[in-house]
Design a protein around this ligand. Sequence first.
Ligand code: SAM
Ligand code: DTB
Ligand code: SF4
Length: 326
Amino acid sequence: MTKHDWTIEEAEALYNLPFPELMYRAQTVHREQFPEYRVQRSTLLSVKTGGCPENCSYCPQSAHYDTDVERHKLLDKETVVAEATKAKEAGSTRFCMGAAWREVRDGEEFDSVIELVEEVHSLGMEVCCTLGMLKKEQAERLRDAGCYAYNHNLDTSPEYYDKIITTRTYQDRLDTLKNVRDAGITVCCGGIIGMGESDTDRLGLLIELASHQPHPESVPINMLVRVEGTPLAEEASVDPIEFVRVIACARIMLPTSYVRLSAGRTQMSDEMQALAFLAGANSIFAGEKLLTTPNPGEDRDHTLMKRLGMSFVESSAVTTRETVNG
Ligand code: SAM
Ligand code: DTB
Ligand code: SF4
């Protein structure tokens, strides 16, 4: 049953349950909604890298910080199609193109992105884009080109947001999410754990996500990747048990969403990832690289699935726009 009016008291009561009880409840929901225990894979590609005018304190691509990320203008069609084909062959069902933009601007670059979306869509993959803020008409153009999902994270609670980013507001993000939803594109929206936020902020994010009707189809939970040169480079590492508690709460509060175990897996042990899957995570980013930082890669993920006796969602199960709309 989906619930949209979680109070902080209810969420805290859940989060603070004895760990076995919290896991039991999360697994009960998970089993009911996703009885096959399959893990869906998306591959990310940064199609335009670095030099972003926003000041997100976690991000290696912000122009405000001096990091090792090499700036790169928009990739050409051949490169993107080759990467998408490789991702499909490796078993990913979704291909997500990211651009270090504050917002989409109409013009040549956006026209090129539209073409990239059409190309990847024609390979039979779910296309996801994450390009920053988006107007209604731009969302509609992406939809018409075959964009299936749009990633736009709220990152944390409304209260903690301005400790992390000051160049845009929480409301800006909500406005884009509405434009995406209204255009009929599925929503991928989540956040980051490990930015110095409190448990209340973590739950505040989940409460906000659960208040959306319908819930986002995909909810990425990232563990902060601490990148040298960013203001959050020296943050304390996240307690794995606390992280797993957040995943379990996400599974319970957002029962039908794909909860994505996202950035930070390179820093996680197999056992921590196993606990995250037990808590209800059912999708990951695949491949050697996220956008600019390392990701475990195919071999390690296959070995992990094998150790756990779990399997991946295979490409044949991809829901395309045509099958969704009949
Ligand atoms: N510029 C677009 C935007 O902000 O929506 C798209 C790309 S942006 C890199 C996508 C998401 O990656 C961010 O919203 C953030 O949640 C996540 N992210 C960025 N840097 C990260 C880091 N160092 N660790 C964990 N997640 C990160
Ligand atoms: C999301 O929530 N995580 C992904 C995806 N959406 C676009 C990005 C993670 C980026 C981690 C830092 C990097 O590789 O640059
Ligand atoms: Fe990074 Fe996106 Fe923020 Fe730009 S808007 S600094 S790319 S997270």
